[in-house]
Design a protein. Structure first.
Length: 277
């Protein structure tokens, strides 16, 4: 009984392990979807969270909800595809933090344009947000994370990095994810392995998450239906799409000391897509 009382948080009697207590986390794309779920979960687990996003309305909404629940958070408006904005925002974060132990490079987007109809402008935008933003943020916070001596970088990849797209899938979905999306996610994985190798001796771990069919604002066609729902049966072992919280739970594990011996890994949260394909 005494043990249980120590492990129960006083707020509503909810169990909280406080796995991130005393840590500072920076989450890009933190104002919706997987980023929002992760920001709320990290704050619940004791982290001071910096929410990075382009939309002030969305960012401040998430900030207010975290604070209302008793969490510690800040919102910083920033477009991660703009390296000057990233440098300025990260300088602000560094100046107001004693340390930074967690970076979750979650921000990303994709074009819904069938190859070869994707424009050069569309290609560049996706690459600059997904891959460029991951590089800019990591580069800007690298020195501070090295100083912590125990840091975790989590990059957002996708099952797109390890699979192709067949004619049958196209016929079922009637569209293809853009070539830029596939390429950017493959690049993120190469960058993750590189950073893991460089940072390991200084206690900086780097891993990537490969979500599958997750319901987010980018993939929801309305009523909780996924844009690629028509070929779930073909590609997944499990029946339904995943939720942002499913991915946030893995991000929490990778951010915490529970994963202190894991680095350079690409981990799937995909309902069995990789196993079935």
């Amino acid at each position: 009984m005494e043990y249980l009382e120590k492990d129960l948080n006083s707020k509503g009697g909810c169990f909280m392990s406080e796995r991130l207590l005393g840590k500072t986390a920076v989450i890009t794309g933190g104002s919706s979807g997987i980023g929002e779920a992760s920001a709320k979960l990290f704050a619940k687990e004791g982290a001071k969270v910096y929410i990075i996003g382009r939309s002030a309305d969305k960012g401040n909404r998430v900030l207010s909800e975290i604070k209302a629940a008793g969490g510690d958070a800040n919102y910083v408006q920033c477009d991660v595809s703009d390296h000057k904005q990233v440098e300025s925002s990260c300088k602000h974060i560094i100046s107001s933090s004693t340390s930074i132990e967690i970076l979750f490079n979650n921000a990303g987007r994709g074009e819904r344009v069938n190859f070869p109809n994707e424009t050069v402008e569309g290609w560049n935008e996706v690459i600059s947000i997904n891959l460029g933003g991951t590089f800019y943020m990591t580069n800007a916070l690298w020195g501070t994370m090295l100083e912590s001596g125990n840091a975790s970088i989590i990059n957002m990849s996708s099952v797109a990095s390890q699979m192709g797209f067949s004619d049958n899938m196209y016929k079922l979905a009637n569209l293809l994810p853009s070539a830029s999306y596939f390429a950017s996610k493959a690049g993120i994985e190469a960058f993750t392995r590189f950073v893991a190798g460089v940072g390991g001796k200084d206690g900086v771990r780097a891993n990537a998450i490969r979500p599958g069919q997750i319901i987010t604002p980018l993939t929801d066609t309305g009523g909780g239906h996924h844009v690629f729902e028509s070929y779930f049966e073909m590609t997944q072992i499990l029946n339904d799409p995943g939720s942002p919280e499913d991915v946030a739970n893995l991000a929490l594990f990778l951010a915490s000391d529970d994963s202190k011996f894991i680095t350079g890994e690409m981990i799937n949260v995909d309902g069995g897509i990789a196993a079935k394909l």
